[in-house]
Design a protein around this ligand. Structure first.
Ligand SMILES: O=C(O)[C@H](O)[C@@H](O)[C@H](O)[C@H](O)COP(=O)(O)O
Length: 269
């Protein structure tokens, strides 16, 4: 792994020779954050998204983490979900259940999946309401800078177009400031209807990890992390808008996703 960073740098880039090495470090990173949060707050709130990210978390289900992680203190959320039934192949819940939740002893009552029985509009409103209740009792922390939830960790994949969660380039959802959870009905990537955290929530997390593997991500990784001219239109690349206010951003990249990076440049500031 090569790690880059400096005093003024807001994000850390971790580059690995292979997806397997990335997965090893990702498991250790998540386990450390879990341990710290449980020590400090008595629980660990983690929001997941879809794609290859979930299989890359697989080593958490193996030794030593299967025994050392305090799974009963985990509270699991989704940063985005597709509007499909929970047993549909496109469901992020199903993906997570099959590859992760079914293999570790997280309490069912601590798993906050998104309702698949109502309209996307209602599902988003309901999900935001559920998170508000958990913020009130401080199971989910609250940001010092605004009233947003402060998840201990939000894990995001990134599409080759730079989308994160279900926030797509140039989409009006990128502009939302008050909503915590919103819905879209026109996703350029199927299925069209989705529910997603907004940028204020993503950027209020204590930790955000962006995980990208594969050459097709290289240009977006470069544009999201490198210095760009003043005229760069951030909404063309949602991943670049992920800039935690008080939290820490770590990129997990394999060497192909990092292949366009100027590594000597370190990371974005
Ligand atoms: O909802 C979706 O359409 C996907 O879940 C998507 O957001 C995914 O997270 C990224 O495209 C990265 O996916 P990969 O890591 O599999 O490339």
């Amino acid at each position: 792994m090569s790690a880059c960073g400096g005093p003024k740098i807001k994000s850390e880039l971790r580059v690995f020779e292979s997806a397997d090495e990335l997965a090893t470090d990702l498991a250790e990173y998540i386990s450390q954050l879990s341990e710290n949060s449980v020590k400090e707050r008595g629980c660990f709130t983690i929001a997941l998204s879809g794609g290859s990210l979930i299989s890359l978390m697989g080593k958490l289900c193996e030794a030593p983490y299967d025994k050392t992680v305090d799974w009963t203190k985990w509270f699991v959320f989704w940063a985005d979900e597709r509007a499909v039934a929970k047993n549909h192949i496109d469901s992020n819940y199903k993906l997570t259940k099959d590859l992760f939740l079914s293999k570790v002893p997280i309490l069912n009552s601590h798993v906050f999946s998104i309702n698949d029985n109502v309209t996307v509009e209602d599902a988003a409103a309901e999900y935001e309401f559920a998170i508000r209740q958990l913020v009130k009792i401080r199971t989910v922390g609250v940001s010092e800078s605004n009233d947003c939830p402060k998840f201990d960790l939000i894990l995001l994949g990134m599409g080759p177009d730079g989308h994160v969660a279900s926030l797509f380039p140039h989409h009006p959802a990128l502009e939302l400031k008050e909503e915590w959870v919103t819905y879209i009905t026109d996703s350029p990537k199927p299925p069209p209807e989705r529910i997603t955290f907004t940028l204020p929530v993503i950027n209020s997390a204590s930790n955000v990890a962006m995980v990208a593997v594969g050459e097709e991500k290289a240009t977006a990784v470069h544009l999201a992390t490198a210095g760009t001219g003043e005229n760069f239109d951030a909404s063309s690349l949602p991943a670049r808008m992920v800039q935690p206010t008080d939290g820490k951003l770590v990129w997990f990249l394999d060497s192909t996703a990092a292949s366009v990076l100027d590594v000597s440049n370190g990371s974005s500031g």
